[in-house]
Each structure stands twice: as C-alpha cells, then as structure tokens.
Design a protein around this ligand. Sequence first.
Ligand SMILES: CC(=O)N[C@H]1[C@@H](OP(=O)(O)OP(=O)(O)OC[C@H]2O[C@@H](n3ccc(=O)[nH]c3=O)[C@H](O)[C@@H]2O)O[C@H](CO)[C@@H](O)[C@@H]1O
Ligand SMILES: C=C(OP(=O)(O)O)C(=O)O
Length: 434
Amino acid sequence: MASFEIYGGKKLKGELVPQGAKNEALQILCAVLLTEDKVTISNLPDIIDVNKLISLLQAMGVKVEKVEKGTFIFQAKEIDLDYLRSEDFKNRASSLRGSIMIVGPLLARFGEGFIPKPGGDKIGRRRLDTHFEGFARLGAEFNFDAEEYFYSVKAKKLKGTYIHLDEASVTGTANVVMAAVLAEGHTTIYNAACEPYLQQLCKMLNSMGAQIAGIGSNRLEIDGVDKLGGCFHRILPDMIEIGSFIGLAAMTQSEITIKDVSYENLGIIPDVFRKLGIQMELRGDDLFIPAQESYEVETFIDGSIMTISDAPWPGFTPDLLSIILVVATQAKGAVLIHQKMFESRLFFVDKLIDMGAQIILCDPHRATVIGLDRKYPLRGIQMTSPDIRAGVSLLIAALSAEGRSVIHNIEQIDRGYQDIDIRLSNLGADIRRL
Ligand SMILES: CC(=O)N[C@H]1[C@@H](OP(=O)(O)OP(=O)(O)OC[C@H]2O[C@@H](n3ccc(=O)[nH]c3=O)[C@H](O)[C@@H]2O)O[C@H](CO)[C@@H](O)[C@@H]1O
Ligand SMILES: C=C(OP(=O)(O)O)C(=O)O
C-alpha cells in the first residue's frame, strides 16, 4: 500500500493541464469491441483504471498499438470468447468498474457477454439492474449466478424497442446504447444519462457508422445498423480533475491556470464553485483561478443556508461533492452537502474533523460544514484514502494543512489522477511518494 507524505501550508503557482477524462475513456475503450476495424483514440489518461481496461482488452484478443503518449490504435478483429469464461478474465474484469461496459458491445457483436461483479469504489450500493434490464428489453436472455457473482447475457439477434431506463445510470446507458446500435430496427432509450462522457461516446459511435439522434438529451433515438467501422476519437479533458484543481487552488490560496478546459463541456461545475465564493476567469479556453485570501459561501435568495447536492447531468456530478465539501471547510459561511446518489461517500469527513474542520455528519447522505474562514488552519494527520474522490479531497486538505500529513492507500488516487504528485510538485507543493 503506497502513501503520500505532504508538508502543507504552501501556496502553489502555475499551470495545470487536465488529463483526458477517466470515465469517458472507459466507455470509449469498450466501444472498440464493436468493430473489426482500427480505432484510434487520443488523450487517453495514463492511470490505473484505464491501463487495466487496456490490458483486459488485450487479453481478450484486441490488438493494441501505442502511437505516442496518450494515443493508441485498437483493433478487435479476433476476440477470444473462451477467455471470457476463464479465471484470469474474472480476476481482471472484477478489478474495475468500467469493465462492465464490455458486455453491451460483446452481446451486440458476438451474441453473448459475461462479467463478474465489477470493482470500483466502495461508496455504497452499486447495482447493475439498469444494464441488464436494458439488454433484456432488447431481447437478450439474462442469467445471474449468485454463487459465483457472475452475470451473463445471450441473444442470437438483438431487436430494437422502446426502453425506459429505471434510472439515468451513466455506465448503464453507455452499455445499452452500445448494444442498441447493432440491434435490428429502431430503439428509443428514455431516461438516458447524458453526461459529456455519453455525448462523446454517441458521437464516436456515429462516426463509426451508427445512427444515434438526441445526443445530449435524455431521449436517444437509435436506428440499428449491420456493421460499424473504424474511427478516430479524442477524449475530452477530465471535468472531475478540473473541478478538483479549482478546489485545490481555492483551498491553498494559489494562483492556478487550468489549461484547455473545454469550458462548454463543464456544465454547471464552475457555477457551483462560484457559489462557495471562488472566483475564476475564463481566458480563451483556460480557467484562471486567482489566489484568494478568503471566499464566502452564498446563501439562497431568502437568506437560508446554501445546499449543494448531486444529480444526474446536467445537474452537479456526485464525483465532485467530496471536493466541494473539503473546500467549504475553509470558506466563510455554512453549507449543507447532500450526496443523494451514494450512501457511503461522506464517511471520510471524520478525517477532516480530526484535522480540525467543523462538520456535522447529519446522516450518511448529508453533512453540514461550518466554514472556518481561515481562522484556524487544518492540521496535518495520518489518514487512509477510502475512495478516489475522497482521496483527492484529503490530499487537498493536507496541502492546505499546517504540518505533515501522510495519506495511505493512494492507489485509490492513482486509479484516476495521472502523476498527481509530480504535477503538484511542479507547482511548488511539498509532496512525495513513500
Ligand atoms: C466508471 C464511471 O463512469 N463511473 C461513474 C458512473 O458510475 P455508475 O455508472 O456506476 O453509476 P450510476 O450512474 O449507475 O449510478 C450511480 C448511483 O446513483 C444512483 N442514481 C443514479 C441515477 C439516478 O437517476 N438516480 C440515482 O439515485 C444509482 O442508484 C447509483 O447508486 O456514474 C456515477 C454517477 O455519476 C459516478 O459517480 C461514477 O464516477
Ligand atoms: C466513483 C468513481 O469511479 P468508479 O465508478 O470507477 O468507481 C469516480 O470516478 O468518482
């Protein structure tokens, strides 16, 4: 288990270039299974989850060629379907969440798909009903082996239909879309998730020859086609990383320019940080965050306490609520953080409380943060990162805290943030890997 050692309290300064988006990359990589032609993907982040998925695809028979840093050519010409029944497949596929999205493409192209219980963060119940109910609506036969925790689907030919997803699941929508593009006839997917990750996936599929309309909305209309071809796809900058950097700048009173953020794809994210009183300026497509002495949380118009909660896109992503929470600890004013989607994502606040933050965990979904307005800095402690976003939030807290902090289990952070220690050191942070 690797750790970071951090001496906090330093102001940082400089530029950060966001990596390609983790959650988009995981969808896009699975989509290469839909064609036997070559697919070139650029701006792939060099992070644990993406690298694990690439090696899983390789083990399945996908040819992978590295063109340059971040750019790879994939060709899924010969897929070893027997491998999907092996122990090695079960071990690899169960080590990350994104692997679940190989099922839709496999089912659509080869008539069968398998997956063990996927990994990913332990942040509460993470059911897969939306995925498998969607496949069943398209005509697939579904089987769940409860003893082995193994899901399988089979279908000679998928048939287009009307599907009202039971919830706007991000990976669920991606999976059902990837199955529907090769189904016979027309499919409507209503209550679809529409995060930029999905918009990007749909655009990529259309450039491979798919017929998807309604991109960016919660109603996708898909005309099935017989075959898809190759394409070139570039991954957007990671909006979660960009949000994390906005929080980092505010919390450490640093002047940071985040380069090439693709502002139009950030949705409501910058505005939510503005509600905490954080200033930022768009310069071209760069986001400039000035060093701020203090920031004050807005109240609602009627003067009541600000609530920040998550919702499916175009609402505020749950993946940034932990960052908002940590940044609120040094704001002026109070804010209620309401994590509606996941029930175990706020427990990391006990570490922040140990560091001196004033937080009341009201219940597993809600925490009230009383901002310290920098009257007392947080103090460095030893802690363990419970999940990827809590991990980065604790890292931000440690960078702002007085003294030495050690964060254990940083594999959680490495699974989504590329070379984070090196990039922060370049801005003047005192951080090292132990
Ligand atoms: C690899 C990947 O892309 N992971 C992301 C993906 O996970 P993932 O696709 O696994 O998450 P889902 O969108 O399926 O659902 C997330 C949670 O929200 C709940 N839910 C979902 C939709 C809804 O309308 N109401 C509702 O309550 C679900 O029950 C579940 O507990 O989306 C999550 C939600 O943005 C993000 O946190 C994850 O980072
Ligand atoms: C929860 C996340 O990831 P995963 O779905 O891969 O666990 C995340 O990216 O914040």
